[in-house]
Each structure stands twice: as structure tokens, then as C-alpha cells.
Design a protein around this ligand. Structure first.
Ligand code: COA
Ligand code: AMP
Ligand code: ZN
Length: 446
């Protein structure tokens, strides 16, 4: 069988459910023993008064405490490591200066495992050796770039590390090398669509695209349909997060009915974000993941803050790895723009370090003609306000520059007179997302 449902790794993808669960159990117990050697888990388990002998198998996983992003920040840069540093070959660090940053390390085996998971994802959708794969997302510290890149090469595709931006060059590469498969952030797929229309390019006639992977930020079923119709491709949802390697955690198969979460590498739980208690299949809650196939930096019961549900029933493709529905949003205040994750506190830290900035600010997220923009409205101090226009322009440019350095995306900055922003009763509203149903998930399931 070499159709779209063919397995890249038949031994694991084709397992029966009970065999998969035995494999999980074995890997989970081994992970626990290894994780306990890291400074963080050593202290955390001790503080929780938990004797690991009380964990006899997967059924006891809920006895373990959760791990959070705050823990990763507190034990930055290396408090989660449980192998000697000489065994590490890769490091990805989230954006954000000290205090907000998180670090994820990989051993050689971890990099190989990740590439293997990614190759499996892409093979599942019909990508094959001979395909030309253009990877249009961020390389560098973003995990999307290298994650897909290693997977594409392992699968045997001709892999083009085009990275994000420069639409003209992207189009030229597609034409010159006959790109058939692309990985792209959904908001950029829309932006690139406008660019192609302006250039008078009809991808169905003028290009060779057939498969598109879209992830890294929430988007709706309507966006998928628009993208598929315009580009003449099948578009597949791709989910991952740096704390769990990066992409390759869950991915759609050709049935496009939810994303298979690779349960030989991760234990899947969905919990009520308030109580932390499990919710039934089909009910939306927060995704909690445990790595069971990672060597350098295992994470136990990590609170992803992503809201989703387990899709009920079995998939027509035959894989028994359970599926999660399209991500609906977050249970914290992180927002994603142009594929970049931002916490409002990062914006605040930058602004408050600038003396001319007053007490109040707010962030507006907008979409104008399919282009997402972040507008930061900033009140200036009385003293700065009476300065001349040139001075204020320089201040505006300085704020843009400092924010871009911290956040990686370029904001529009509007300077506002002192007390010029609306005052709310109670807690200040710092973030207003006006992007509507476009890239935001408007379809809760699948
Ligand atoms: N993916 C790819 N290209 C993007 C993009 C995205 N998400 N968002 C914008 N771009 C393109 C723009 O089209 C523009 O190119 P063009 O003028 O030739 O068409 C160029 O990047 C700059 O756009 P601008 O809006 O000025 O970008 P910015 O300075 O605000 O942000 C980016 C800079 C694009 C480099 C940054 O947003 C980025 O790296 N995004 C990708 C993040 C990513 O890959 N995440 C994956 C995580 S796994
Ligand atoms: P990062 O750690 O930078 O890779 O970002 C991971 C976060 O991006 C996740 O926790 C999600 O909030 C978001 N994300 C990744 N993939 C998707 C997707 N397919 N749909 C919605 N959100 C996604
Ligand atoms: Zn399937």
C-alpha cells in the first residue's frame, strides 16, 4: 500500500490499541525514572511528598503534579536537564528576554526522534521522495523551521529552507524548482494569496503545489477551505509546541478529521483548565502532555494552555493514535501574530523601561486585507507630550525598535496624550483582538 494512508513507520503507526498502550506504559515508567534525576523534578516530587514507587503505571499519572511554563521559566536555563551536557546537540529558546524565556534541549537521539515524527506526519498526507518541499516558516530559534526541515529531508523530499518573508523570492523558488509541498503559517497563506493575485498568478495553473501544511496559530475550517480552493491543494493542520520538541505532536491524516496525536511519544490528557480534572472525550479542555520518548529533557504533565478536545471514535485511516480537534484558543493571555507567540507582559516590560512612556497602554490586533497587524497604543508622560513633533517621532521609532527586538514582529506604535486611553473599571483591558473569525478558530471541532 502506497496511497495516502500508507505508514511511514508501520511498526508504530499500525499498532493495535492494546499494543500501543503497552508501549506507552513501558516508556512512561522509564521516563519517570529518568526525569526524577533533573534538578526540577527532584525538588518538585520531593516537595509534593511523592514516592515514585506509588506510580505503578499509566493509570497513576494523575498522581503526578503538573508542570507549567512558569516552572520552565523559574528553572531556566538548564534545571530540567537529566543528561550530562556533553550529550546535548541542540537548543531552542523561546522569544522573550530573561524572566520570560524558556529553553528546550535535545540530545542526538531527540533530534532523530523528532525528525522521525515529522517524516511520519508528512508521509501520512501523501508526501513522498521526489516531492519538492518549500519550508516557508521561521528557522533560527523557532522550532517550525528546523523541525519540518529535518523531517522533509528524512522522508527524502528535496527540501528548500526558504524561511518566512520575501514573497517575490518565494514565488520564484516555487516556479524555478516546481515546489509541490509547502509549510506555511495560515495568516501568511492568506497574505501570499493576495500577493499572487496581484501578480496575476493562478497557482492551480501556474504552479505545481499539491500539499500545504498549516499550523503555529489558530485558524478556522473556513480559512482551510479558502486556501484549498485558491491554491488547488489539500491543506493539513499541524500542531506542536517547542516544549514538546516543536511541530510533529499532532497532525492531520488524509481524512482531515482531527489531528492524530502521536501517542507513542506523548501521553495525552485533556483537563478542565480551572480544576485540572480530566474531561470526557468530545469536551473542550486544556491539553496536557507528557513526553515519553525524550531523553534530554522529559516533561511530565505539561500544561500547554491550548484548548481542544479528543475527537470521539476511530479514524477511517486505521491509525489508533487518538485525534485532537482544531485548537480553539488559549486558557492564558498569550496571543499569536504572524506565527509569533507574545505575552502582553513582554510588551509591558519593554514599554515600562522607556522613561517617556506613561502609565497606560493597550494592544490592538487587526486584520486589514488579509494582513495581520499589531497596534500598540502608548500614553506618553506630560513632559514628553509637550516636546516637538520631531522628538515624538524619534520616541515612536525607539518604541517600535525596542518592541521588535523583544517580540520579533514589527508593531505599529501610536503615541497617545496623557490619560488619552479609555479607562476601564477594575482590571485594565490590555489586549483587544479585532481579527474576527478569519484565522481565529471559529469552528470548534475538527
Ligand atoms: N510567515 C512567513 N512570512 C511572513 C509572515 C509569516 N507568518 N508574516 C509576514 N511575512 C512576510 C511578509 O509577507 C513580508 O514579506 P513580503 O513583503 O515580501 O511579502 C515579510 O515577511 C515582512 O513582513 P512584516 O509584516 O513587515 O513582518 P514583521 O517584521 O512584522 O515580522 C517575520 C517578521 C515575518 C519575519 C516574523 O513575523 C516571522 O518570523 N514569522 C514567522 C514565525 C514562524 O515561522 N513561526 C513558526 C513557529 S513554529
Ligand atoms: P511554539 O512553542 O512557538 O512552537 O508555539 C506553540 C503554540 O502555537 C502552541 O502552544 C499553540 O498555542 C500554537 N499552535 C501551534 N500549532 C497550532 C495549530 N495547528 N493550531 C492552533 N494553534 C497552534
Ligand atoms: Zn487518520
Amino acid at each position: 500500500m502506497d496511497g495516502q494512508n500508507a505508514y511511514w513507520d508501520g511498526e508504530v503507526e499500525g499498532l493495535a490499541r492494546d499494543a500501543l498502550e503497552s508501549l506507552q506504559e513501558e516508556r512512561f515508567m522509564a521516563t519517570l525514572r529518568r526525569a526524577a534525576a533533573s534538578p526540577f523534578y527532584h525538588e518538585k516530587l520531593k516537595a509534593a511528598g511523592l514516592d515514585l514507587r506509588a506510580i505503578r503505571g499509566l493509570q497513576d499519572i494523575t498522581k503526578l503534579p503538573f508542570t507549567t511554563k512558569a516552572d520552565l521559566r523559574a528553572y531556566y536555563p538548564d534545571g530540567f536537564l537529566c543528561v550530562p551536557k556533553e550529550k546535548l546537540v541542540r537548543l531552542h529558546v523561546s522569544s522573550g528576554t530573561t524572566g520570560q524565556a524558556t529553553a528546550v534541549y535535545y540530545t542526538k537521539r531527540d533530534v532523530d526522534t523528532w525528525a522521525h515524527l515529522m517524516a511520519r506526519c508528512m508521509y501520512m498526507t501523501g508526501a513522498r521522495p521526489g516531492d519538492v518541499f518549500q519550508n516557508m516558516t521561521g528557522y533560527g530559534l523557532f522550532t517550525g523551521g528546523l523541525g519540518f526541515h529535518y523531517g522533509g529531508e528524512l522522508l527524502g523530499m528535496l527540501t528548500i529552507p526558504s524561511g518566512p518573508g520575501n514573497s517575490k523570492r518565494q514565488l520564484q523558488l516555487m516556479r524555478d524548482f516546481g515546489t509541490t509541498v509547502v509549510h506555511v503559517i495560515p495568516s501568511y497563506a492568506l497574505r501570499f494569496m493576495d500577493f499572487l493575485m496581484e501578480q496575476g498568478v493562478d497557482p492551480k495553473k501556474d504552479l505545481s503545489l499539491k500539499i500545504m501544511y498549516m499550523g503555529a496559530e489558530p485558524y478556522s475550517e473556513e480559512v482551510r477551505r479558502r486556501v484549498e480552493a485558491f491554491y488547488g491543494v489539500k491543506a493539513y493542520n499541524s500542531y506542536g509546541l517547542s516544549e514538546m520538541n516543536g511541530p510533529g505532536v499532532a497532525f492531520e491524516c488524509s481524512a482531515q478529521q482531527g489531528m492524530h496525536l502521536w501517542e507513542d511519544a506523548y501521553i495525552l490528557e485533556v483537563v478542565d483548565p480551572e480544576t485540572g480534572e480530566p474531561v470526557p472525550d468530545g469536551v473542550v479542555g486544556e491539553l496536557v502532555l507528557t513526553t515519553i520518548h525524550r531523553e534530554g529533557m522529559p516533561l511530565l504533565r505539561y500544561r500547554t494552555k491550548d484548548l481542544t478536545s479528543v475527537v470521539k471514535g476511530t479514524c477511517s485511516c486505521g491509525r489508533v493514535h487518538r485525534r485532537i480537534a482544531r485548537i480553539q484558543g488559549r486558557s492564558d493571555d498569550m496571543f499569536i501574530i504572524k506565527g509569533v507567540n507574545i505575552f502582553p507582559i513582554q510588551v509591558e516590560q519593554v514599554l515600562m523601561a522607556i522613561p517617556e512612556v506613561g502609565a497606560n497602554y493597550r494592544i490592538l490586533l487587526k486584520r486589514e486585507r488579509d494582513v495581520d497587524e499589531m497596534v500598540v497604543q502608548v500614553e506618553v508622560t506630560d513632559r514628553a507630550f509637550i516636546e516637538d513633533m520631531r522628538h515624538l517621532n524619534r520616541l515612536r521609532e525607539k518604541i517600535v525598535h525596542e518592541l521588535k527586538n523583544e517580540l520579533l514582529v514589527t508593531p505599529f506604535v501610536e503615541l497617545i496624550e496623557p490619560n488619552g486611553l479609555p479607562k476601564e473599571e477594575g482590571k485594565a483591558v490590555r489586549l483587544i483582538d479585532l481579527r474576527g473569525g478569519g484565522v481565529r478558530a471559529s469552528t470548534p471541532f475538527v
